[in-house]
Each structure stands twice: as C-alpha cells, then as structure tokens.
Design a protein. Structure first.
Length: 259
C-alpha cells in the first residue's frame, strides 16, 4: 500500500531507554518506519534543492548519506528535523506528519528527532554534566533535579565520559565534545538521530569512535541518519550508503541492519 494511502504508522514495540543501549536488531522487521519520505521536494528561494526524495528508515537502522557541498545533505536533515517545509510530496517522521504543517507539533517533533552538528554547539559556561542536565530538564520541566542528574550521568556513561562530568567544553578534546553533544541528544530519548558532518572536525581515531557510538545507538532502536563527505567513514561504517547529487538520491534508500 503506498504511503499516501496508509498515512503515519505507530511503532509496534515498546520504546527502549537509550541509557541501557539494548540491541533491537532482531525486532526491526516488526516496526513501522521512523522516517518515511515519499517524493519529497524542498525549495529555497527559487532553487529546488531537494527533488522527489523517497527514503525509508526503520528504527534500529543506520544510513550514511554522502554528496558534495551543495548537494542537499544539510537541507534533507533540516527537512526531517522540521526546520524546512516541503514544497511537495509527503513526509512522516516518528509518527509526525510533516507535510501537514498547520497540525504539526514542532516542539514535540524536535524532542523526538535529535540532531548533532559538526561544531558541537555546547554551552561553554556549563560543564559536560550541566550541558546534559540542561537538555534533560528542558524536556521534562517537572522532573526531580536528582533524577535529572542521574539520567545525565547515565547518558555520559553511555558515551564513555563518566570521568569527564566536571570538565568544561574548552577542557575537552573535539572527540569528547562531540560525545557530550551526542549524550545531550540522547537526553531527549529520540526516535530519530540526525548527524550533520559529526566527524568533520575530528581526527581518524575520534571519527571512528564517534561513528561506532552512533552505530551502537542505532542498534539500541534509534533510526540514525549521518550526512558526511568522508568516504572512509562510510567504508568503515556498518550501515547503508546512499548518495545525493544535485538534490536527487542516486540509489534506492532502504537501510541495512546494523547488527
């Protein structure tokens, strides 16, 4: 049945808390898509930057999307994150209907669709722990402060930074800052995690570490979409590779399992 007839679907399995990072790979076939785009197009100014993109990613799947500068990678992530509107087509993300803009709950969408950037975007006057606590509290304003602290520590432990909680961003390496940014994103318990050139400022060792971490997050049940220009990152990764060229997908975009 085409997507235009079936509409958004709900996940059929209980959501997994990411702090535990359990393996969902055996359940992938039972789940509705976390990202489901159908002939989606996007126009910026007078330029058609995305042309009839059809892309389906299930929970627990990892996809690398590559392309030269200006190919539309960041635009595609911005569309999925709700930052940009569709010119035509349909888009369902985590149960949200993006092409019905008037009914779209953007704050909720952005809690459920996390995004990690190349430049980390940490708050410089807060420690690593405080950056993550800030995200936890922003999602649940009435949450007990001690519980927020416990969750933040668990997320930092997940990314291997339990011993760096009291350090400020300026005291952390680039790889450590990116892992704090990932921990901060996990604080929202996202159904979808987008990563825009997440290793662009990192050396090879840190790039591999961050990529392995994102693959681990995918195995825990989150749909992960990574935009990158680094071909080695794609070769080393465990997911599927699709390519954007002048706003058009060059290959069928059905992801492979990460496990």
């Amino acid at each position: 049945m085409p997507i235009s007839e079936r509409g958004p679907q709900r996940l059929t399995a209980r959501w997994v808390t990411l702090a535990g990072l359990k393996d969902w790979s055996s359940m992938v076939g039972e789940l509705a898509p976390a990202i489901d785009l159908w002939s989606a197009s996007c126009v910026r100014g007078r330029v058609n930057v995305l042309r009839e993109i059809s892309l389906k990613i299930l929970p627990g799947e990892l996809v690398f999307i590559t392309g030269v500068s200006g190919a539309g990678k960041s635009t595609l992530l911005g569309l999925i994150h709700g930052d940009l509107e569709l010119a035509s087509g349909e888009a369902y993300v985590g149960g949200h209907v993006l092409h019905e803009r008037r009914q779209l709950d953007l704050p909720r969408l952005r809690r459920e669709v996390g995004i990690v950037y190349q430049d980390y975007r940490l708050l410089p006057r807060l420690t690593a722990l405080e950056n993550v606590v800030f995200a936890v509290r922003a999602c649940e304003l009435r949450l007990d402060p001690l519980e927020a602290l416990r969750r933040a520590r668990a997320h930092l432990d997940t990314v291997g930074l339990a011993g760096r909680c009291s350090h400020y961003p300026s005291e952390l390496s680039g790889g450590e800052q990116q892992r704090v940014a990932i921990a901060r994103t996990l604080a929202t318990r996202p159904r979808v995690l987008l990563a825009d050139e997440p290793t662009g400022n990192l050396d090879q060792a840190n790039s591999s570490h961050v990529t392995d971490l994102l693959a681990q997050i995918a195995r825990a049940g989150t749909a992960v979409l990574i935009a990158t220009h680094d071909p080695k990152l794609v070769l080393d990764g465990a997911g599927q590779h699709v390519q954007l060229e002048k706003g058009t997908l060059e290959r069928p975009a059905v992801a492979a399992r990460t496990g």
